[in-house]
Ligand binder design. Structure first.
Ligand code: NAD
Ligand code: UGA
Length: 363
């Protein structure tokens, strides 16, 4: 008889389970047979997950969880921490809240894991890498089109952030400091952690559309809102900045392998998760969404929202700065986890759009 590896079913504490990534990840963990306790102040994105027999939803505000958090960590086999303010609009309008939640509160979670010797999967961000070398060196000395300059690798690439007055970087800095603290606990032999740096995931339930709530959601939701409800597709500083977009299902495939952690391969490791082949400028994304809207969703050319250029300070307020370009080096995830993303840019954007179009038609 062939040797069959049995998957151990874990009691997983998923903090931020009600968010975009958390809701998709929780669904996958339940399918894999695990028990999930999901903590979040919001439950709307959980959908069918909320009524799954192996899912428990706790509507705790992590800032006030205190002893409850300690007891939940003690009772779990694995802690996954996704809680954060994750919209650039907030980094600019509420920098102190971003620091308090994304560093102080996340630190308390890590300390509970140290106290109870629990494995922690911490969600960080590709924003820790900041800007490219090409953006701070005179163009005459470098070729800004060289993808090598923006190819970010977990264990070798240094981080380049803007000045203190550009307070957008408080998010990146808080995430970076948390990573450094986890690493130091690891060095002291007190914590088994894995850090995930997501690179622009999109898919169903990312953010809200602008008309539905106050604030500035991430760019995909802005453009989707304009396609469905009218208005313009605003291109901040002309939309020349570039991003690599990953479909959430691809990303969750990788996360599942990190949870599995065969032979402890992810212990004390940092993983980029992203789709290096899916790079596009923000202007290119707007045009692609227009094209796909006509091709797949019965859009009418005459009714497409126009692109509009807007100055970053006007759009976000003072203190905004930007990453010009970021391409994930995923060779570590590919080598250690045998993972590669499957969705092309067109598929990623089409499937993400499909969800919002169908929601609109059902409404
Ligand atoms: P999200 O905003 O959808 O999820 C965060 C969740 O945390 C939300 O559901 C929110 O309600 C919850 N939360 C906030 N404050 C809380 C509190 N006080 N108590 C309890 N719950 C609280 O964001 P996301 O896109 O799912 O991101 C999840 C994680 O991944 C974050 O740490 C984010 O920084 C990181 N990340 C995401 C991306 C991406 O592409 N989506 C990229 C880089 C990093
Ligand atoms: C985001 C957030 O910081 C986090 O969710 C996360 O850490 C990270 O990306 C990620 O997903 O990996 P960013 O990519 O800058 O950062 O997020 P968006 O708000 O989606 O902006 C992307 C680009 O589009 C930026 O250059 C922004 O200026 C621009 N933009 C945004 C527009 O041109 N128009 C808009 O309507 C909104």
């Amino acid at each position: 008889m062939g040797e069959e590896k049995e998957t151990r079913h874990l009691n997983i504490l998923c903090l931020g389970a009600g968010g975009f990534i958390g809701s998709h990840l929780s669904a996958r963990l339940l399918s894999a047979g695990h028990h999930v306790t999901g903590v979040d102040i919001h439950a709307e994105k959980l959908g069918e997950v909320a009524s799954h027999p192996r899912f428990t939803y706790l509507p705790h505000d992590i800032r006030m969880a205190g002893d409850k958090l300690d007891a939940l960590v003690a009772a779990s086999d694995l802690v996954i921490d996704l809680i954060a303010h994750a919209n650039p609009g907030l980094y600019v309008s509420r920098p102190l809240d971003v620091f308090r939640l994304n560093f102080n509160e996340n630190l308390k979670i890590a300390e509970c894991c140290v106290r109870h010797s629990k494995r922690l999967i911490q969600f960080s961000s590709c924003e820790v890498y900041g800007k490219t070398v090409a953006s701070i060196i005179p163009e005459s000395l470098v070729n800004p089109e060289d993808p090598g300059l923006a190819h970010f690798s977990e264990d070798t690439t240094p981080f380049i952030l803007g000045s203190i007055g550009s307070h957008r970087w408080i998010y990146s800095c808080a995430k970076q400091l948390l990573e450094r603290v986890l690493h130091a606990h690891g060095l002291a032999g007190e914590l088994n952690y894995t850090i995930i740096r997501p690179f622009n995931f999109i898919g169903p339930r990312i953010d809200y559309l602008p008309r539905e709530h106050e604030g500035v959601p991430r760019v995909f939701s802005h453009f989707m809102g304009a396609l469905l409800h009218g208005g313009t597709m605003p291109l901040v500083n002309g939309g020349l900045q570039r991003r690599c977009y990953s479909y959430i299902d691809d990303a969750v495939d990788c996360m599942e392998k990190i949870v599995e952690n065969r032979d402890g391969i992810c212990d004390h490791q940092i993983f980029n998760i992203g789709s290096p082949d899916n790079e596009v400028s923000i202007r290119g994304l707007a045009l692609l969404m227009q094209e796909l809207y006509l091709e797949h969703f019965d859009g009418v050319a005459a009714a497409l929202p126009p692109l509009s250029e807007i100055d970053a300070e006007k759009f976000y307020g003072p203190g905004y700065d930007d990453s010009d370009r970021r391409i994930p080096d995923i060779s570590k995830a590919s080598k250690l986890l045998h993972w590669k993303p499957r969705y092309s840019l067109r598929q990623t954007v089409t499937e993400s759009m499909r969800y919002y179009v169908e929601c609109e038609r059902r409404a």
